[in-house]
Design a protein around this ligand. Structure first.
Ligand SMILES: [Zn+2]
Length: 53
């Protein structure tokens, strides 16, 4: 991995990935995110998140 982190929007649960927390959610405009990178050791969560993209 390239240091990517994953953030779940607190407004709509859309998962964003990037090296930094996004400024705002592209889906709903919220600016609060929960980082869930550490949770992604469970590959099932990552599979669900990437299927949308
Ligand atoms: Zn959102």
């Amino acid at each position: 991995m390239l240091g990517l982190r994953f953030y779940a929007c607190e407004g709509c649960d859309t998962v964003h990935d990037g090296v930094e927390e996004p400024a705002a959610c592209a889906a709903c405009g919220a600016d609060r995110f929960e980082e869930l990178t550490s949770r992604l050791r469970d590959c099932r969560y990552l599979a669900a998140a990437t299927r949308e993209g």
